[in-house]
Design a protein around this ligand. Structure first.
Ligand SMILES: NC(=O)c1ccc[n+]([C@@H]2O[C@H](COP(=O)([O-])OP(=O)(O)OC[C@H]3O[C@@H](n4cnc5c(N)ncnc54)[C@H](OP(=O)(O)O)[C@@H]3O)[C@@H](O)[C@H]2O)c1
Length: 316
């Protein structure tokens, strides 16, 4: 079968389609013929070598975590899924493999794809939408009437975070570039602010927010700044993997909590998110659907960190 691989760490131009082997699925796995895959910054983190301490130096490596497709084989211990079922899911590990004609995946990391959802929409959901849901529900424990601020609101995780927070009954303020303020308002934000418009922390200091969701993490955790705008009972939720110090400090210091999300591929959560899309609560925004031969172009666009919503590669 064909899959996208890379033979060294680097930019998007290290990616190439190549012929590789696919193993028989393990007893707890299904084999999926991939119809579409969704791009995530996690793929870039792995491909660039940023997390090489975890991923090591054995090449070639595969790329991609989000996928939608059709079950073509199943392991002996898999129940509840049959050959021919349409599924979508998330590869929790760092080894990639979703940008391939065929992949093997733990059967617990997928959910049935509703027939009304296209493979392209379904492939856009897993990592970003699970992160939004698990961050708001399990870490922020967001309640009706609370005020939430989202930093990095116009991208993959930001859009479902706006829409889910409105569904939970919160008042939602967003920070994106000023050119994306209208886009955030269209997604449901009550107030949209630009990170390139003055000193946000000084202008807004004074216990305003119940929750602060730090989606943009390229500058590390900004717990110190967020405390200026969080209520003492508030919570800073970050996606930054380097979070331990702040989490430990917030356990012993008075004031806002500090929480970290490590997204999990939970089948029930995937099914819930699909239902919320069918119900019209969540409206996925895909900036562009690429063809397989445009893989380098697609990842170059992702690496700009300025995508509106999601990018998807169609393999149909
Ligand atoms: N811990 C976890 O489990 C987990 C799960 C999912 C994602 N993540 C991480 O979360 C991050 C966001 O993921 P994503 O899929 O939402 O990425 P994305 O689609 O690339 O979105 C990036 C967002 O950051 C904004 N941004 C860019 N420059 C900024 C700046 N200087 N200040 C503030 N915001 C800025 C962009 O807005 P503009 O275009 O308007 O500038 C955009 O809204 C990634 O680093 C990813 O690796 C972690």
């Amino acid at each position: 079968m064909k899959a996208v691989i890379y033979r060294k760490y680097g930019k998007a131009d290290v990616l190439e389609w190549a012929t590789t082997q696919v193993a028989k699925p393990k007893p707890t796995e299904i084999q999926v013929k991939v119809k579409a895959m969704g791009l995530n910054p996690k793929d870039t983190a792995a491909r660039s070598g940023k997390v090489s301490i975890l991923s090591g130096f054995r090449f070639p490596k595969m790329i991609g975590s989000d996928f939608s497709g059709v079950v073509v084989k199943k392991g002996a211990k898999v129940t509840g899924l049959e050959i021919g079922d349409e599924v979508f899911g998330y590869l929790e590990h760092l080894r990639g493999g979703a940008l391939a004609e065929v992949l093997n995946v733990n059967a617990n990391w997928v959910a049935q794809k509703p027939t009304k959802l296209s493979h392209e929409i379904a492939a856009a959901i897993p990592c970003a939408y699970l992160t939004a849901l698990q961050g708001l529900r399990d870490k922020a424990r967001l309640q009706k009437g609370q005020k939430l601020l989202i930093w990095g609101a116009s991208g993959g995780v930001g859009i479902p975070t706006i829409q889910l927070a409105k569904h939970f009954g919160a008042e939602v303020h967003t920070i994106s570039s000023s050119k994306n303020k209208d886009f955030c308002l269209e997604q449901g934000a009550d107030i949209a602010l630009g990170y390139d418009e003055g000193d946000f922390w000084e202008e807004h200091k004074g216990a305003i927010y119940d929750a602060f969701y730090q989606v943009f993490i390229h500058k590390g955790s900004i717990f110190k700044q967020s405390k200026k705008v969080l209520k003492p009972t508030g919570v800073h939720v970050t996606l930054d993997p380097i979070h331990m110090l702040y989490t430990a400090l917030s356990r012993i210091e008075k004031g806002p909590r500090h929480e970290h999300v490590m997204v999990k591929a939970i089948s029930q959560d995937l099914a819930l998110l699909a239902q919320l899309i069918l119900d019209g609560v969540l409206k996925p925004h895909i900036e562009k659907i690429y063809q397989p031969e445009q893989v380098q172009e697609a990842y170059t666009r992702l690496d700009s960190s300025h995508v509106q919503g999601k990018l998807v590669i169609s393999l149909t």
